[in-house]
Design a protein around this ligand. Structure first.
Ligand SMILES: NC(=O)c1ccc[n+]([C@@H]2O[C@H](COP(=O)([O-])OP(=O)(O)OC[C@H]3O[C@@H](n4cnc5c(N)ncnc54)[C@H](O)[C@@H]3O)[C@@H](O)[C@H]2O)c1
Length: 253
């Protein structure tokens, strides 16, 4: 690890870091030297953190409900305390998915997805951003999606939320760039995680998706490490407001 990508002494919060892509990226940040707190809704956050600690990495798990707007500020403060009182890197990874045809999509599902994937992301950006503005530096990484660019099928709330994440990333970047806070988004392609179990198990959709990906394979959580470390490190200090795909070439086709 060259000093350009070294995260030693940096304090990172990764939401939804107990499994899937968040776990892959939290591992990458910790391997690069960061002290990491992962927040998750289940015991997986604590279990995954424990497993990483056993490998010598500085990772703490915190269980909490990020969709609870009232409790979010207190949960964030708890995470910052565990990080030792400050935050240098916020990785807004946690997200949810609901599938149904547009005409049948319930408002309850709509609210669940928009609240978690967009409103929670905005609130955490505000909470972390205030601290980063005060200290004069910071890195915020949001999780966008291919559905920040495309509309998809049967996922109207998810597509709307991820389109929103891309635009929110640019809006925050515009205001905070001159104050040395870089705000970027990662847009994963098709990743083999629990969120996509339904697609992976649907032979027809699976073949369709693989046929559209130039790399001809689903992505894996480990494949997210490189960009996460890059966007969290000083190597990316002049990159902000970008939405960067990690997609095996999908967008380019
Ligand atoms: N898997 C993909 O193909 C893909 C593609 C594009 C974007 N993404 C995005 O990447 C991110 C991670 O996706 P994933 O596939 O690893 O998902 P996942 O379902 O495997 O993991 C989601 C994580 O979010 C956490 N989470 C969800 N709701 C929460 C809540 N209310 N409180 C606390 N934690 C909560 C879960 O605990 C879990 O750790 C999401 O934002 C997703 O939209 C995924």
């Amino acid at each position: 690890m060259t000093s350009l990508f070294d995260l030693t002494g940096k304090r990172a919060l990764v939401t939804g870091g107990g499994r899937g892509l968040g776990l892959g990226m939290a591992t990458g940040l910790a391997e690069a030297g960061a002290k990491v707190v992962i927040i998750g809704s289940s015991a997986a956050a604590e279990k995954s953190a424990q497993a990483l600690r056993e490998k010598g990495l500085d990772v703490t798990g915190l269980r909490g409900d990020l969709s609870d707007r009232e409790g979010l500020s207190a949960l964030f403060d708890q995470a910052v305390d565990l990080l030792g009182g400050g935050i240098d890197i916020l990785l807004n990874n946690a997200g949810v998915q609901r599938r149904n045809h547009c005409e049948d999509f319930t408002l309850e599902d709509w609210d669940t997805v928009l609240n978690m994937n967009l409103t929670t992301v905005f609130i955490l950006c505000q909470l972390a951003g205030r601290k980063m503005l005060a200290q004069g530096s910071g890195k915020i990484i949001n999780m966008a999606s291919m559905l920040s660019f495309f509309g998809g099928f049967t996922v109207p709330a998810y597509a709307a939320s991820k389109g929103g994440v891309a635009q929110l990333t640019k809006a925050l970047s515009n205001e905070w760039a001159e104050r040395n806070i870089q705000v970027n988004a990662i847009a994963p392609g098709y990743m083999d995680t629990e969120m996509n179990t339904a697609l992976v198990n649907d032979a027809g959709r699976n073949a369709e998706i693989l046929g559209r990906i130039p790399a001809h394979r689903w992505g894996k959580p480990e494949g997210m490490k490189g960009l996460a470390v890059f966007l969290a490190s000083s190597a990316s200090d002049y990159i902000t407001g970008a939405v960067i795909p990690v997609d095996g070439g999908y967008l380019a086709k």
